[in-house]
Ligand binder design. Structure first.
Ligand SMILES: [Zn+2]
Length: 187
């Protein structure tokens, strides 16, 4: 993605490799400001309540109408864990306890890093919040895999369910490769 105008002085940018760099950047013609573009961080939390998994149904694109593990972009001034806790509060109106790191997923095609936590409901209260039309607890065997929003959520949730039987949870770092044709079919 090209950033056409300088964030500092609004002058047009040009594509060039800055001195001492080895990548093409958008550089301001006037003040020389370099518009670096770096991956975005998404925080998520798999929520368990007495052996059930809490999912929210999305009311916004992408993947409107699909179920999802609560997740969202990290804000400035926030830590990964508090970001995940905030997203859970916003999307499914739930308070968490025992929040622990579960996985780090690189989505290179989207320039995103997804940090997944796992946690439990602090109380049995939840409901549809922002950008969510429904919030529901699913038994592992009833999870609607075909209607889950994102490959990263599917990958994390599958491992969670596998590990929850033994309660031997691991922390993994994985690369997620998105198959765009597959995504079109499963909607
Ligand atoms: Zn400038």
């Amino acid at each position: 993605m090209q950033i056409k105008f300088c964030n500092l002085c609004a002058t047009e940018t040009i594509k060039k490799v800055p001195k001492g760099d080895d990548k093409m950047r958008d550089v301001c013609k006037k003040c020389g400001h370099i518009q670096y573009q770096n991956p975005k961080v998404v925080n998520a939390c798999i929520i368990e309540h007495k052996g059930l998994i809490l999912l929210g149904k999305r009311t916004i694109e992408p993947r409107k109408g699909c179920w999802n593990v609560p997740a969202g972009f990290m804000e400035n001034g926030e830590a990964t864990r508090s970001g995940a806790i905030r997203e859970v509060k916003e999307e499914v109106l739930a308070e968490l306890k025992n929040v622990t790191l579960f996985g780090v997923y690189n989505i290179i095609q989207r320039n995103q890093v997804h940090v997944y936590f796992r946690g439990e409901l602090a109380s049995p209260h939840f409901g549809p919040g922002a950008e969510t039309s429904d919030a529901k607890l699913f038994a592992p065997e009833d999870i609607p895999w075909e209607q889950l929003a994102f490959p990263v959520g599917i990958t994390a949730l599958k491992r969670y369910i596998k590990e929850m039987t033994s309660r031997q949870f691991t922390i993994k770092e994985e690369d997620i490769v998105i198959d765009y044709n597959m995504l079109k079919k499963i909607k």
